[in-house]
Design a protein around this ligand. Sequence first.
Ligand SMILES: [Zn+2]
Length: 268
Amino acid sequence: MKLLSYVPSFIKDAARAVKRISQKEFIAVADNTLTELLGIASLFVTMYALRREGDEDVLHLRCAHRQEVALCPHCAALSTDVHQEEPRCVRHLDVWGKKTFLHFLSRRFKCDQCGKVFTEELPFVDSHRLQSAAFEMHVYQSCLTSPRKAVAVREGLSQSTVKEIFNRLAALKKGMGGTTRVLGIDEISLKKRHKQFVLVISDISRKCILAVLPDREKQTLENWIESLSDQQKKAIRFVSIDMWAPYYQAARNNHAGYFQMNNWDICM
Ligand SMILES: [Zn+2]
């Protein structure tokens, strides 16, 4: 008799199976270790919970947003007026070999300029997705070297989810999805920071905020640009700068050559 390897007849999607976890189960983090392991620039970990789920330990990370500003998809203005928040949970790459879920608030902002209410787009997860972009890329790449069925079992996903992720990313890759092609650099003063001016770096094509730099110093901006990978720099085609007049001059004088070095077209 031929022995068949054991395959569970029904594998529930781990992300769909997530229940809301009570506040009591979370423990406050003592340092930045989990934030560094997470590797998502716009989030920091505030609490964690390690839960026994089925026959494995699953890590849940409660995260807060670093940025208090979002880009209006209707008129491209920056907004700091949070209108509504609701909990959201997405599957992310394993941390310490444990299945990992991120818990954070999905925020709706009210635009000061056009008055419309919108849900902010996030750089690490697309809207309505149950998995982070990094996790979906991991699933896609796993499918290039392993059968989808094996990927589904290993990751605790249904085969239909693995197929859907693979097909979606294959289509996005053709259209250069997921990379920043139009970079926006704006300065705003944040009320919560005593009207301190900060630089907001946004991905205008994907309508999300990539970073809020603590000041408008040239060096701070250059350091951020330097932190990008060569692939990220190459993907950028246009840079839109909207800044305070003296800085605008400085940017024209000092940054023009820098941006041209990277073959970026600048609109000011
Ligand atoms: Zn607007």
